[in-house]
Design a protein around this ligand. Sequence first.
Ligand SMILES: Nc1ncnc2c1ncn2[C@@H]1O[C@H](COP(=O)(O)OP(=O)(O)O)[C@@H](O)[C@H]1O
Ligand SMILES: O=C(O)C1=C[C@@H](OP(=O)(O)O)[C@@H](O)[C@H](O)C1
Ligand SMILES: [Mg+2]
Length: 181
Amino acid sequence: MAVALVGLPGAGKSAVGKRLAQRLQLPFIDSDDLIERRIGCSIRDYFEREGEQSFRDLEQEVIADLAAAPRGIVSTGGGSVLREANRRQLREHFHVIYLRSSPEDLFRRLRHDVKRPLLQVADPLGRLHELYAARDPLYRETAHDVVETGRPTVAMLVNIIVMQLELAGLIAPGTGSDPQV
Ligand SMILES: Nc1ncnc2c1ncn2[C@@H]1O[C@H](COP(=O)(O)OP(=O)(O)O)[C@@H](O)[C@H]1O
Ligand SMILES: O=C(O)C1=C[C@@H](OP(=O)(O)O)[C@@H](O)[C@H](O)C1
Ligand SMILES: [Mg+2]
């Protein structure tokens, strides 16, 4: 069973993915970590030096590699759905979950963030609205399931996703039973 999380920056793909993988005792893979390992610097520095298109080429290579051997819980970067080839690869080889969040919620979480190159602008909330308008249809097209992230905590989102995976028959009932309950 392989799951990929998609959604805008700040949706919780990395935070939820890591905890979900721990809970299901599956490997956790963050595609941005793989990219940073390949380039040997931060994504923000790479954006500044080489530009966004070069980053998207690397992202496409990494997604193709992951789709060739799908496993574990994969947290993608927020722009992974921009290329049609990536959308197809993700949807075909993973159970894809869209972590949906409003631009306002994302802005609240990321207003002090300095790592996300696309949000280092004068009006990050305006940018999040633009990204939402452009990408929400692409996330929906790619995903098998949508999970609303506005109110639940990261721990609650893990519970919700485990329940959905059980209901979809992708994991056996009880596989991800909450150790705290
Ligand atoms: N549901 C949530 N409630 C509160 N904070 C969250 C939630 N999801 C993510 N966060 C926090 O928001 C920030 C961005 O989350 P992250 O997992 O890096 O997002 P992404 O990988 O989707 O860009 C982190 O500090 C994370 O702990
Ligand atoms: O939305 C985007 O285009 C990007 C999102 C980032 O990942 P997160 O979604 O984890 O922030 C990272 O891949 C890069 O900065 C580009
Ligand atoms: Mg992330």
